[in-house]
Ligand binder design. Structure first.
Ligand code: PHE
Length: 455
């Protein structure tokens, strides 16, 4: 007999689920990738393309994850097994859940190393260690940090402990309260930073960079980038949304909730983008995507502007909060699984998992510094975890969820859980899941693999 409530607890209301899902989706990807990819691939045209990818591919998959997670009210492994068995399919489908939570766990291990870099910059901003440095000197500061394994170990450990502390408690006391506090703080900082951006005189140029419609810049690469990013940013394919949905109320309607998450995430990404682009333009610097944007260009740019030290600090605080809420979500599916599988307390489960992920993170951070000569398949441990998760596991998880929900699971069960008032919408959802989503995510998978192997 299935339990009616998750043993981990539940969200205090529908909005907290939305906040938590947004916390998971707004992360470092929104800061160092989205603004530049938008500007370089067609501005407003790219935003439209991105929204279409979201609606046609990411949202249907997210709805499937929510349906499966909420129906079973258990961790992704059990939830998938439960749904597969009640449709008369093999219980081995649960391996899809296992792969997803393992992938989340792996991403967590290196994500918390990067979050450690953010914490280091936060302190450097407070003490003015970066004041007056140019691009070359700030680059040197960053490279010195990457080589300083002891320092990284300290920040990485602190960050992992913070995540363990939140996850060790019941959902109501831990996750729920953390999201209730952290997300409004994140929005508040974002609005303050927007206010600062407005004073720099470059806000209008930044708006033009992000929103002007350049249809001619849309090519195949833009489609692939938009698809891949919508997937990564919405935290799909790693069991996060499925795990969070287990704590959702039975009467909350799924489709509007998921669409709201997609729309809010895009809005936040655009607002962060406006801050990033304005500040870089005001300092007359070049915009390039990736870690260099956050750890070299942005500190130099902020510190050239009046009030830059305060707002630069605020920006790194925003990045730290965004990284924290994403990291918390990455470790939750594994925590829920260990708790339910071994009947352990959440505290015990997360201590064990946190310690394992911490160890893996330590290997990853040493592979950037003292052990940089150690290569596996030609890359560092850090890059190996990054590549195998984002290029291999994440899209595979997404395809598997789409195929499972579209082709294997019981249609009555799915549509009853989804409770759409319009049957045509339910049919459209199933059609997108069966054909469009697997084909689109399959395409990203093949292209990413090709690019990784041959370029
Ligand atoms: N969405 C997060 C980001 O943009 C990363 C993430 C991926 C978080 C998968 C959870 C799950 O940085």
């Amino acid at each position: 007999m299935r339990q009616m409530l998750s043993i981990q607890g539940s969200w205090s209301n529908r909005w907290i689920f939305i906040l938590a899902a947004m916390g998971s989706s707004v992360g470092l990807g929104n800061i160092w990738l989205f603004p530049v990819m938008t500007g370089q691939h067609g501005g407003g045209a790219f935003i439209l393309l991105y929204l279409s990818c979201m609606l046609l591919v990411a949202v249907p998959i997210m709805m499937a994850e929510v349906v499966i997670g909420r129906h079973a009210r258990q961790n992704p492994v059990n939830a998938i097994e439960d749904a597969a068995v009640s449709a008369g399919a093999s219980r081995h489908w649960r391996l899809v859940g296992a792969l997803a939570i393992f992938c989340g766990f792996l991403i967590f291990s290196y994500y918390s190393v990067v979050a450690g870099w953010v914490l280091h910059y936060l302190v450097a901003m407070i003490f003015g260690q970066l004041n007056g440095l140019g691009v070359d000197q700030t680059s040197r500061f960053f490279n010195k940090l990457l080589a300083d394994s002891q320092m990284l170990l300290l920040w990485h450990s602190l960050f992992v402990l913070l995540v363990i502390w939140v996850l060790a408690q019941r959902v109501e006391r831990g996750l729920d309260r953390a999201m209730r506090f952290l997300m409004p703080v994140l929005f508040l900082m974002l609005f303050m930073l927007l206010g600062f951006a407005l004073t720099t005189g470059e806000f209008v140029s930044a708006t033009e960079y992000l929103f002007n419609f350049h249809l001619q810049d849309i090519g195949w690469d833009a489609v692939l980038i938009a698809l891949g990013h919508s997937f990564f940013t919405l935290a799909l394919g790693v069991g996060v949304i499925m795990a969070y949905s287990a704590y959702m109320g039975k009467s909350d309607s799924i489709a509007p909730t998921v669409i709201a998450i997609g729309v809010f995430d895009t809005l936040v990404a655009l607002l962060i983008g406006l801050v990033v682009v304005t500040v870089v333009m005001a300092a007359q610097m070049e915009l390039r995507a990736g870690p260099g944007l956050l750890f070299v260009t942005l500190p130099v740019a902020f510190l050239q502007l009046p009030g830059g030290q305060v707002f630069g600090f605020l920006f790194f605080l925003l990045a730290a909060v965004a990284a924290l809420t994403s990291a918390i979500s990455l470790l939750e599916p594994a925590t829920a699984w260990v708790t339910e599988r071994f009947k352990w307390s959440r505290a015990r489960a997360v201590l064990l998992l946190g310690a394992l992920a911490w160890g893996l993170g330590v290997a990853a951070l040493y592979s950037l510094g003292q052990l940089s000569d150690l290569k596996i398949l030609g890359v560092s441990i850090f890059d190996l975890i990054d590549i195998t998760t984002t290029i291999l596991f994440l899209p595979l998880g997404g395809i598997a969820v789409a195929v499972l929900a579209g082709w294997v699971l019981d249609k009555e069960l799915l549509t009853a859980e989804l409770a759409l008032s319009n049957p045509a919408m339910a049919a459209l959802w199933l059609w997108l899941l069966r054909f469009v989503a697997p084909a689109a995510v399959g395409l990203i998978f093949v292209m990413n693999l090709y690019n990784a192997l041959y370029s």
